[in-house]
Design a protein around this ligand. Structure first.
Ligand code: FE2
Length: 290
């Protein structure tokens, strides 16, 4: 069996003020602060040492880290990505230590907007995960959530990289303004990566999704973000394809965070991809002026 990506392991993102991410990510959304210094904040959501690595810098996203599960899989996939024309760099010992993994390789994506890292062996924490809002995250082997990317140069290179080379499977498609969005899974989570060609939107990470296991905790977080004056990108609503009940807010990194509950799981043995003409059963209204 050929090697495949197994999960979305971590993200490295940037913000001008790390305190904003402590307030937003930890106090409002329930991630645990695992480490903090002048330039770096590590946030946990499960037994792993971290999932979100926030650096001081111009707001945005720098890296998505994809867990490939083993040394052998990393070697095989690195070779395939390089053969497809990407410049694949071996991670330096310093970078491997920073990421808290056993090994990694990295390359820029086809649109040159984000670095993808393939790794294995993300370190576990020595302490139990404790959420400040009592949230339990749906993570572990399913990865930390999903990423949505807005592309400016079409989906072909992304399809080739993620589906043909890295082994993602098609979950479904949704009609979107000007394009048809593609949703891919690499484990039972309905999608770990989605993308659409959207030249009218800012290129790159549109949102990252974190999932919790309880609607009441989600509802309280929905109240809390509104009380705190966080910019709402999309009101509470339910998605068609993954059936997730979620809201979207603007993070201190500029891109959105989808915070949700109840996403379906996919069994590859029986799954049939379909196409939806809307992403929403109800809700998910974009407030005026956003
Ligand atoms: Fe999403």
């Amino acid at each position: 069996m050929s090697a495949k990506v197994k999960a979305l392991g971590y993200a490295v993102i940037r913000t001008e003020n790390l305190d904003d991410w402590v307030e937003f990510g930890s106090h409002l959304l329930g991630l645990q602060v695992a480490y903090r210094d002048e330039d770096r904040l590590l946030l946990r959501m499960d037994h792993f040492a971290y999932r979100i690595d926030v650096r001081r810098g111009e707001p945005g996203a720098s890296v998505l880290g994809w867990d490939v599960g083993s040394r052998e899989a990393l070697a095989e996939l690195a070779e395939k990505v390089a053969a497809a024309g990407y410049t694949v760099e071996q991670g330096s010992p310093e970078l491997i230590e920073e990421r808290k993994v056993m090994d990694l390789v990295r390359f820029r994506d086809a649109e040159d907007i984000i670095t993808h890292e393939l790794f294995w062996g993300l370190r576990s924490a020595t302490q139990k995960f404790v959420s400040p809002i009592g949230a339990q995250f749906v993570a572990g082997d399913l990865g930390f959530g999903h990423a949505f990317q807005a592309l400016h140069h079409g989906q072909e290179k992304y399809d080739e990289l993620f589906r043909d080379i890295l082994g993602f499977r098609l979950s479904d498609h949704i009609d979107m303004p000007g394009d048809v969005g593609t949703f891919l899974h690499c484990n039972p989570r309905h999608h770990s990566l989605a993308y659409a060609n959207a030249p009218h939107r800012k290129q790159g990470i549109g949102h990252l999704m974190f999932e919790i296991d309880d609607l009441d905790t989600l509802g309280r977080a929905w109240d809390a973000v509104q009380d705190a004056g966080v910019t709402i990108l999309s009101t509470l609503g339910k998605h068609t394809n993954d059936e997730m009940i979620s809201f979207y807010v603007r993070s201190p990194s500029g891109f959105g965070i989808e915070f949700g509950v109840g996403g379906i799981l996919i069994d590859d043995e029986s799954w049939l991809p379909v196409r939806y003409d809307s992403a929403h059963y109800w809700g998910h209204k974009r407030p005026e002026g956003v």
